[in-house]
Design a protein around this ligand. Sequence first.
Ligand code: NAP
Length: 317
Amino acid sequence: MREKVRVAVLGASGYTGAETLRWLLGHPAVEVVGATAHKHAGKRLAELWPQFHGHELVLTAEPPAADVYFLCLPHGEATRLAPTLAAECVIDLSGDHRLPADQHRRHYGFERPGPPWVYGLPELGPERLLGADRIANPGCFATALSLALLPLAGKMSGRVAAVGVTGSTGSGATPTDTTHHPVRAENLRAYKVLGHQHVPEVENAIGGIRLDFVPMSGPFRRGILVTYTLPAVPASLWEGFYQHNPLVRVLRAPPEVLHVVGSARADIGVIEGDGVTVVQCAIDNLCRGAATQAVANLNLRMGWPMQLGLDRIGAVP
Ligand SMILES: NC(=O)c1ccc[n+]([C@@H]2O[C@H](COP(=O)([O-])OP(=O)(O)OC[C@H]3O[C@@H](n4cnc5c(N)ncnc54)[C@H](OP(=O)(O)O)[C@@H]3O)[C@@H](O)[C@H]2O)c1
């Protein structure tokens, strides 16, 4: 193994950036050389996030020199910044580099120059990530929706429907009219019905399907639970597909958000019924839906085990 890889997190004052730092600071093969912020630039990391007490990192306005950058920035900022970064690898957690140009324009409302980057869902084939210099980390809903359906790729086609609920950290650190605590806590509402920007990611990943998706914002902080009701398919298909995957667990019971919060794991539950199969996937939106998936992508890019630095036990209630 080479000397430690120098990594930097851009946007570490935000939720995905801080979570990415949390994992990278405990990773055995990387050295965190810096982190940036925008309005919080100049602050000590531990001043902003007391969870990092004991770490002396100061958030800078400009990126430090690094081998690998993690972009944890609002949509559009990654597009602006990426061409200025000279690095072995850039991993973008925003939606800026996930979709082909026409889909990107339709869902994000601006032109993104150049082709999409390597789509960083490890389960689509780790060999695609080996040596990749630009990686687009999947969206959080897209990750859960794709993991639940991937064993059926090439085995089904046509329309498929899903519902999903996400926690409030999915909307980032800045409150808006629909994400502010008083209107979110003790409430449940659907949003972007049949129009969520993660849908084309799933359709592209699975191939041959059209996804009708109803996303909902739930009254909890972390986690995503998505549900498909499908024609009868044996649960053994999911068990076989994921049997060697260290970051996916398959159950014959409903998975729970609480069991994956703070962990890199996705839990998939498959319930066989009479002529019907219900498939659910639970992830932590900030971990498998963002930070730990980005770290898994770095691991595979470097030729390291996918779960290196990621096999921590999640939070208990
Ligand atoms: N939240 C999730 O569950 C999740 C999951 C997967 C992917 N994502 C994607 O990851 C990205 C970050 O999401 P987040 O939830 O972490 O957002 P966030 O909490 O709002 O954090 C945004 C970060 O970007 C910085 N920033 C804001 N405006 C900037 C600008 N003009 N130039 C440079 N930096 C700027 C902020 O710095 P200051 O605070 O110092 O201004 C902050 O560090 C988004 O594209 C999001 O769609 C989010």
